[in-house]
Design a protein around this ligand. Structure first.
Ligand SMILES: CCCCCCCCCC(=O)CC(=O)SCCNC(=O)CCNC(=O)[C@H](O)C(C)(C)COP(=O)(O)OP(=O)(O)OC[C@H]1O[C@@H](n2cnc3c(N)ncnc32)[C@H](O)[C@@H]1OP(=O)(O)O
Ligand SMILES: NC(=O)C1=CN([C@@H]2O[C@H](COP(=O)(O)OP(=O)(O)OC[C@H]3O[C@@H](n4cnc5c(N)ncnc54)[C@H](O)[C@@H]3O)[C@@H](O)[C@H]2O)C=CC1
Length: 721
């Protein structure tokens, strides 16, 4: 059925014109909607039979903001002329400065431009539990319809800067307490109350308030300056590299010092600059990329419905199993946690309790909800409870034979509809299910550590996994607040495989004589939260050593064999787990670089003997970034070429959520396309000529570079999905 897009106006016998936005699913402000709003407000202002106006949205949602597709269009063309003039023309002139009172009837959500339109109304009536906020900074821009000026005037400067800088939405209940919402009414009374309110303003029974002209909540100039000083500190702390966080404070200050209208004009000017920034390009890409992951060909379009998953068994209560159990419990899913003996079982349960209590002490969960979640957990040592589970997630140690035996057993003890998932990080799913007759219900559920906090869930499908099983796991993933990304079956799947050269390249650089602490610092300046050496410490060098041969078996032609990990372990440095790695870890203090590790690095350098002429190479910071991250791009190309992901943007999301690749760079493939495949290819070619085949450009990269095509344009016929 065609979507009904447009703005309607109905004038009642009471003289109230109800203007309604219709643009499913979130009533975003696409160009025809903005044109429609201008036309209807002009009309309502001119008509003699209209005394007052109510603005609302169709289908229970007021408005999700400006149409983000327009930003993407601007990014593709660089043409700002598609951005309509709204802030002054529509919002100030036709709405706020109208002589006829205007009331917003809010329901569901009023976000970004949606809330900005509501704030330009002379009063706001809302249904309960509506979501209100200005999330524009998450898209690399600032509010552009006067939100930077009106929100401080309605809720106070401190609260407004907090909401804007943190892109934090509030409920309509909180909005009422703050003065953003004038009345909270049941949904069935929303329109009637709003009409009445508008008429009350028209007849002088209620005040005619124009938000931009208000000053009562701003305080004195010195108070405002003190608040803005705090905001600047907050912006520096949470988003040191984001231009929009710093710019928005300047814009707010303009309005405080020179008046709201001056602020509105500055806001428009700054908006235009920011919308073309690389940050906005990256973040807008991530917005759409994340939503695209929920579209899986032959799965989500196959007319299937997810089956209810009420009870899940998690096998293994170690690091991952306890985190996975926590995530399930927090979403009210019953969990049976199985371990091998009472001691390990108790340890697993204690870890789950600790995870949940941690959320309570950080104010992220109420005591009540914590109690409810923990009441859904049952620890077991055998398979009796497995007779009615809907899904099993196996998270035992990475041992092929053990996993094969477990899956063979599961086939006998679980009901036939039960999904059999493994959290393996490296083992081929076909190998895990080899001894079973249930290959269609075997699937990878690859969580990232800590599993109750990291949002990525890689769903790994083999050629036998049924679409129904994938759909069910996607639904569970969403229910437990993860972002599920469906990927194909190969060693390392999408994320770990793409990023295995990250550590390898770092080891090569260290062996070429570059200071490892400098490498970490350059990479964190680039935007990753941890450099490769600190990341290695965190994961544990034991794991590093164990997975090395698994990767070497399949990707050995492009591996740098570094003795560093083994030497590190020999010297008693297991990583954060035992307090010593490249860094020293002490309770309560930040990791400190350990200068004594340099003797281990020296030993490794002697063994590899790759420094040209025995002397350390000299590299710039830019070269370090390229030598570490271009090999990652190169492997991403192979992942794309082999059809391990459905679309390139899935790898972007996976890199952002799984590896914390900076979202403002749009993800690994998007970033590479911004630099240009040709440049990356040429640099890798030079590096491979100087330092060997580890850097050899892949066929896919070479082809894209030669043909001038972006990496994101998939033309693979080799899909594993
Ligand atoms: C001075 C120069 C000219 C200035 C002109 C421009 C001024 C701009 C005004 C402004 O201040 C800027 C904005 O308003 S930017 C937008 C701000 N709004 C947001 O950031 C909200 C984004 N959306 C969401 O957070 C969620 O989608 C939402 C909470 C609304 C709903 O979540 P839900 O889980 O129910 O659904 P979801 O899967 O996320 O979305 C469904 C569907 O809708 C699409 N969509 C959502 N919001 C928008 C939007 N604002 N524009 C376009 N499309 C949107 C989303 O992509 C999904 O589409 P799909 O095709 O995947 O189904
Ligand atoms: N550690 C990590 O960061 C990540 C690990 N993984 C994968 O998750 C799996 C588990 O890893 P970790 O939690 O780190 O290991 P872990 O060693 O912390 O926990 C494994 C647990 O499984 C238990 N176990 C072993 N055999 C069992 C059996 N037959 N029945 C019940 N319990 C049994 C062990 O007693 C142990 O408590 C592995 O396959 C690993 O590759 C996946 C993503 C990240």
């Amino acid at each position: 059925m065609a979507k009904k897009i447009g703005v309607t106006m109905d004038v009642g016998n009471d003289g109230v014109a109800v203007i309604t936005i219709s643009n499913p699913p979130v009533n975003s402000l696409a160009s025809p909607i903005i044109a429609g709003l201008k036309e209807k407000f002009r009309d309502a202002n001119q008509r003699n039979d209209v005394r007052a106006i109510v603005l609302t949205g169709n289908n229970g949602r007021f408005c999700g903001g400006f149409d983000i597709n327009v930003f993407q269009q601007v990014h593709k063309t660089g043409d700002l002329s598609v951005m309509p003039e709204v802030s002054v023309d529509l919002v100030c002139n036709l709405m706020e400065d109208s002589r006829k009172p205007l009331v917003a009837a809010v329901e569901g959500l009023a976000l970004g431009g949606g809330l900005e339109l509501a704030m330009a109304c002379h009063a706001r009536v809302s249904a309960p539990k509506a979501q209100l906020g200005l999330p524009e900074l998450t898209l690399g821009v600032i509010p552009g319809f006067g939100g930077t000026q009106r929100l401080p005037r309605l809720v106070g400067l401190a609260k407004a800067t907090d909401m804007i800088l943190l892109s934090k939405s509030i409920s309509s209940e909180e909005g009422q307490k703050l003065g953003l919402i004038d009345a909270l009414v049941p949904p069935g009374e929303l329109l009637s109350t709003s009409r009445k309110w508008a008429l009350d303003i028209a007849d002088g029974r209620k005040p005619f308030l124009r938000s931009l002209h208000r000053t009562d909540k701003i305080g004195s100039l010195s108070e405002a300056r003190a608040i803005l000083k705090n905001s600047r500190q907050l912006a520096k702390k949470i988003a040191p590299k984001m231009p929009q966080h710093h710019a928005v404070i300047e814009v707010i200050e303009e309005g405080i010092v020179h008046g709201g209208y001056s602020g509105v004009l500055k806001e428009a000017e700054v908006f235009r600059q920011l919308v073309l920034s690389d940050t906005a390009k990256g973040l807008v890409h991530v917005f759409f990329a994340q939503r695209a992951t929920s579209k899986v060909p032959n799965v989500t379009d196959a007319g299937l419905k997810p089956r209810p998953i009420k009870k899940v068994a998690v096998i293994g209560g170690g690091l991952m199993g306890s985190g996975i159990a926590t995530a399930l419990l927090l979403s009210n899913i019953r969990v049976v946690l199985k371990e091998i003996n009472p001691e390990y079982l108790m340890k697993g349960i204690k870890t789950v309790e600790g995870n949940i209590k941690g959320l309570v002490s950080r104010g992220k969960l109420t005591q009540d909800k914590a109690g409810k979640a923990l009441s859904l957990l049952k620890g077991v040592l055998d398979y009796t409870e497995f007779k009615d589970v809907d899904m099993v997630i196996e998270a035992v140690i990475e041992n092929i034979q053990l996993k094969q035996n477990i899956f063979k057993e599961l086939e006998k003890v679980c009901p036939p509809h039960c999904i059999l998932a493994s959290n393996t990080s490296t083992i081929d799913l076909n190998v895990i299910g080899e001894k079973t007759n249930s290959k269609d219900r075997i699937v990878g559920a690859h969580f990232f550590s800590p599993a109750h906090l990291m949002t990525l869930l890689e769903i790994v499908r083999s050629e036998n996994t049924s679409p129904q099983v994938i759909l069910d796991l996607m639904a569970v993933g969403k229910a437990i607040k993860k972002v599920p990304v469906v990927v194909g079956n190969c060693i390392g799947f999408a994320v770990n495989r793409t990023f295995f050269p990250y550590t390898q390249a770092a080891h090569m650089l260290a062996n070429l004589g570059v200071d490892l602490f400098r490498i970490d610092s350059v990479i964190t300046s680039f935007g990753l939260p941890l450099g490769p050496f600190q990341l290695g410490d965190l994961a544990g060098h034991g794991i590093g050593l164990a997975v090395g041969p698994i990767y070497a078996k399949v990707y050995g032609d492009r591996m740098f064999r570094s003795p560093l990990t083994e030497l590190l372990l020999k010297s008693g440095r297991n990583g954060k787990i035992n307090g010593r790695g490249y860094y020293i870890y002490e309770k309560g203090s930040k990791p400190k670089p350990d200068p004594s590790v340099l003797s281990v690095v020296e030993e490794s350098r002697k063994l590899t003997n790759i420094m040209p002429g025995g002397k350390p190479i000299s590299v710039t910071d830019k070269e370090i970034v390229e030598m570490i991250l271009f090999p990652v791009v190169n492997e991403a190309c192979r992942v794309l070429d082999e059809g391990v992901v459905i679309r390139a943007s899935d790898l972007d999301i996976a890199s952002v959520l799984g590896m914390s690749f900076p979202s403002y760079r749009g993800g690994i493939v998007f970033w590479a396309d911004m630099i240009g495949p040709k440049y990356i290819y040429e640099r890798l070619k030079e590096m491979s000529e100087t330092y060997g085949s580890f850097f050899k450009p892949s066929r896919y990269l070479e082809e894209r570079a030669t043909k001038g095509m972006p990496l994101s344009e998939l033309k693979s016929s080799r899909s594993r999905l």
